[in-house]
Design a protein around this ligand. Structure first.
Ligand code: G3P
Length: 247
């Protein structure tokens, strides 16, 4: 069955990478959540997609130049104030302390391909272990050196290669990290029916991003993709229900 991941939470209707978006994602039928992490100036792991605060918060500047005591004052509602009120940029531990009591999958994307964030891997792994959610965590990154380092530090936690590029012998490449998952960009040559089949033959899990159109959702579910990332988990859940009924 294709697992549905709420991409940055249910970010189609709620402010991305906030607690309300994650809660709504699960409430609306997702099997898991996807979130992005960066490090503050004083080394806190915060859940935010961009290197800069400008697009999604009321503050400006780089996350890496901002202390957490300042960052936590930011309004992260990003245009959704009327529906969600006051929301903050969560710490990774805020999300995991909620997730620890539940049973869904958690994809943590390390956003370290623009800024390297020395020590990020160790900090993220320590947090995942502290909340005892290793078995339902998938670590992903566009920085594949970082994924390889995660593999050396915590080989038992699943890793997935994120890419928008076409990789030469993608199955061999993913195995060389080593990683068990492949997260390609939808509508790129990195994800075709042939690639899906090739990866399945190599027991690599394929989860394309970001799948928001119902016809793409249905196609990938019929192709038995292992997962999809979507801003609209309720759409994907409705299609999964319809397909299960007709199968
Ligand atoms: O992890 C899937 C997707 O989130 C990767 O792209 O740009 O949203 O981090 P991006």
């Amino acid at each position: 069955m294709t697992k549905i991941f709420a991409h940055r939470g249910a970010s189609g209707h709620y402010p991305e990478n906030t607690m309300i978006a994650f809660e709504k994602g699960i409430e609306n039928g997702a099997d898991g959540i996807e979130l992005d992490v960066q490090l503050t100036k004083d080394g806190h792991i915060v859940v935010i997609h961009d290197e800069r605060l400008d697009r999604t918060t009321s503050l400006k500047g780089f996350v890496k130049d901002t202390r957490y005591d300042v960052l936590k004052t930011a309004d992260a509602a990003a245009g959704h104030q009327q529906t969600v009120g006051d929301v903050r940029v969560p710490l990774l531990e805020d999300v995991l302390s909620w997730a620890e009591k539940k049973d869904f999958l958690i994809n943590i994307e390390l956003k370290n391909s623009v800024i390297r964030y020395e020590g990020m891997e160790e900090k993220v792994l320590e947090t995942v272990k502290r909340f005892k959610i290793e078995e339902r965590t998938i670590l992903s990154a566009f920085n594949h050196e970082s994924l390889a380092l995660c593999g050396r530090l915590a080989p038992h936690i699943e890793r997935a290669v994120l890419t928008s590029d076409v990789l030469y012998q993608a199955d061999q490449y993913v195995k060389s990290i080593p990683a068990a998952g492949y997260h390609p960009k939808l509508h790129s040559p990195a994800v075709t029916d042939e690639v899906l089949q090739q990866m399945r033959n190599s027991s690599i899990k394929v989860r394309p991003y970001t799948v928001n159109r119902p016809d793409d959702m249905e196609h990938l579910m019929k192709m038995r993709a292992d997962g999809i990332f979507t801003d609209f988990p309720e759409r994907a859940a409705a299609i999964a229900k319809k397909l299960n009924r007709t199968n």
